[in-house]
Design a protein around this ligand. Structure first.
Ligand SMILES: [Mn+2]
Length: 316
């Protein structure tokens, strides 16, 4: 019998990688990267469906090899696993966030590159909080067409996807001057949102800054900000930074977003110095052709390949 499996056959783990249950992570040795699904969208404030994101992205990813022509790097040369999903509790954001925090903490402890697939953007805060065990400052690069900087939204909700950057900026090991938001476009926001981000000392490159200053310049400046007095940064990518033409399956459309080409080019620079990443807000019920899930897969491959091509080159 041929040792061949069609892309659409078999169990669809991410890139058809081996599945290791996150409960067995303690026994793992020498793993470079763990893919972790976070099927949670309880805090979505517009269109829901992001809890189905991990499964859709895994399925889309079965058509990808794991090679990035851009970075000339093949992820299959690393020890990379699909660690399954964080055991979230439907309807219970607090317990679900605690589960994300505990799971990512285990990966950080073992020096494994966490790669989270959301889920809504609320998952990023507990994932970043898990890095407190490093006992050092880290930066944050937030690629998103929204600022996610509400104090509470809706009223009384402090841990929704609209507040995740605000909560992140309050963490004691994150200096707000090491945070940068890239891709803000503003149709869903109000002028005071920008002022609040600015007053907090957070860097911001809007969609207009990217087009005026150029992708590479913005990416390099962002890395400089995030790594000033830190060794590394957490990279969070909200799929809605892409124009809705390329990512119809998101929780909230922002017309006038980036093209995949622009985003991938930028991520090849941003990916180089990141310590962990997430890709959030893919909502498959609004993604009839599957293009959003395919772009999400490419984003993950571009970031991880850029990170490892860079770190292995540095070691040489
Ligand atoms: Mn977001």
């Amino acid at each position: 019998m041929e040792d061949f499996e069609a892309p659409y056959a078999g169990i669809p783990t991410f890139l058809k990688l081996p599945h290791v249950n996150i409960k067995d992570i303690e026994s793992l040795r020498n793993v470079d990267i763990a893919i972790l699904g976070v099927p949670l969208d309880e805090t979505t404030t517009h269109r829901s469906g992001a809890k189905m994101g991990p499964r859709a992205i895994r399925e889309a990813s079965t058509s990808f090899s794991g090679y990035s022509l851009r970075s000339k790097f093949d992820l299959n040369d690393l020890t990379i696993i699909d660690a399954g999903d964080v055991p979230v509790i439907p309807g219970n954001v607090e317990k679900s966030h605690m589960a994300i925090y505990e799971t990512v903490k285990q990966l950080v402890k073992k020096n494994i590159t966490s790669t989270l697939i959301g889920g809504d953007h609320s998952i990023t805060y507990p994932a970043i909080k898990a890095h407190e065990i490093l006992k050092e400052k880290i930066g944050v690069i937030w690629v998103d067409s929204h600022l996610d900087f509400d104090m509470e939204y809706p009223p009384g909700q402090r841990y929704s996807h609209s507040c995740s950057l605000r909560r992140t900026s309050e963490l004691p090991f994150i200096d707000p001057t090491n945070i940068v938001v890239i891709g803000y476009s503003g149709y869903a926001s109000h002028p005071e949102h920008e002022e609040e981000v600015d007053e907090a000392g957070i860097g911001m490159f809007s969609i207009y800054d990217i087009r005026e200053e150029g992708l590479e310049k913005v990416a390099k400046k962002s890395v400089e900000i995030a790594t000033k007095n830190t060794k590394s940064f957490y990279l969070s990518v909200d799929i809605d930074v892409l124009d809705p033409a390329f990512a119809p399956g998101s929780g909230l459309h922002e017309p006038g977003g980036l093209t995949p080409w622009e985003l991938f080019k930028m991520l090849a620079i941003l990916g180089q110095r990141m310590v962990a990443m997430d890709l959030v807000e893919v909502a498959p019920p609004h993604d009839p052709s599957g293009i959003t899930a395919s772009n999400a897969t490419a984003i993950i491959i571009e970031v991880l390949s850029a990170a490892y091509a860079y770190s292995l080159k540095k070691k040489e």
